[in-house]
Design a protein around this ligand. Structure first.
Ligand code: NAP
Length: 280
């Protein structure tokens, strides 16, 4: 049985679907999960990653664990979760980490925190695989309300391209690493197939809707003021640095999705078409 944490999230949801479609036994977990969130035949249990004790009964009898920290990276005790997993019988763990561990190693939010979770996974007695995605295509859900109401995207750094990754590709790589042999000890960097700029993303959403979407470029200060309303300052500064002055490593397209899946990663345009309803 495979336990999927963050099963209602951008990666967890398609991962549960992929594992269930492959015929495997799956338990989906998050704090607020309900039967409506999972395909028929998939078990679901509520648990809080910040309380390893709540995960114990979920992990009991599991063979493999997909671990993601969601919004709880600060609060979770990775060693306690991994101990509970091992005690429950888990032999394989796949961690959803972040490219920031390699590209922003000194950043408390984007590098050091996930590094400490990676270290705990590496030091566990289980077979491990670490996934380090760059920015998700689904981050542009943040534009959905403005696109729905005014057909406008407002964002900074309109012409800086990054290879945004489709969460479905992350989920399929995770499913392979959870089910198949040969991924133990691997660190996969996951990106999309090409850099895409915010201006091009707005255009792709417009094409998916069949109506033009206007792009309005914010100054970095305007973006900072907006982001500070819902993110702590160090997170805002590192996020702005990645979006505005990405390092060569953050701009680079990784071969790892294709290496694992035997197909190219999905382009942002495909993500926009599949998710057009959110912007309609
Ligand atoms: N977004 C990016 O660009 C990006 C880039 C690199 C890495 N990542 C990593 O990818 C992961 C998912 O990112 P996302 O922003 O796309 O998240 P998301 O899809 O919004 O998913 C968050 C998931 O975690 C669950 N969750 C949150 N807090 C929890 C807690 N205390 N206990 C149990 N479950 C909890 C949520 O469900 P409930 O609310 O029901 O608990 C939800 O299922 C994060 O770990 C992030 O570090 C993201």
């Amino acid at each position: 049985m495979i336990v999927v944490t963050g099963a209602t999230g951008n990666v967890g949801r398609p991962l549960v679907r992929a594992l269930a479609a492959g015929g495997g036994q799956v338990t989906a977990t998050s704090r607020g999960i309900s039967a409506a969130d999972v395909p028929e035949g998939v078990g679901h249990r509520r648990a809080d990653l910040a309380d390893a004790g709540s995960l114990r009964p979920v992990l009991d009898g599991a063979d493999a664990l997909f671990l993601q920290s969601g919004g709880a990276a600060h609060a979770l005790d990775p060693r306690a979760i991994l101990d509970a997993a091992e005690a429950g019988g888990v032999r394989r763990v796949v961690l959803l980490s972040s490219q920031g561990v390699a590209t922003r190693p000194q950043s408390a939010s984007h590098g050091l925190l996930m590094r400490s979770i990676e270290d705990a996974v590496r030091q566990s007695g289980m077979e491990w695989t670490i996934l380090r995605p760059g920015g998700f295509a689904s981050n542009t859900y943040a534009w959905a309300e403005a696109v729905r109401t005014t057909r406008t995207v407002t964002a900074p750094f309109g012409d800086v391209g990054l290879p945004a990754v489709d969460p479905v590709d992350i989920a399929e790589v995770a499913a392979a690493a959870l089910r198949e042999d040969g991924h133990g000890g691997q660190v996969y960097e996951l990106t999309g197939p090409a850099p895409v700029t915010p201006r091009q993303q707005a255009e792709a959403i417009g094409e998916a809707l069949g109506e033009p979407v206007r792009f309005v470029e914010q100054t970095p200060d305007q973006a900072r003021a907006q982001m500070l309303r819902f993110m702590p300052e160090p997170v805002v500064e590192t996020t702005l640095a990645i979006l505005g002055t990405p390092t060569p490593a953050e701009r680079r397209v990784s071969p790892d999705v294709e290496r694992v899946l035997g197909r190219a990663p999905h382009a942002y345009t495909a993500w926009a078409r599949r998710n057009a309803a959110a912007f309609r």
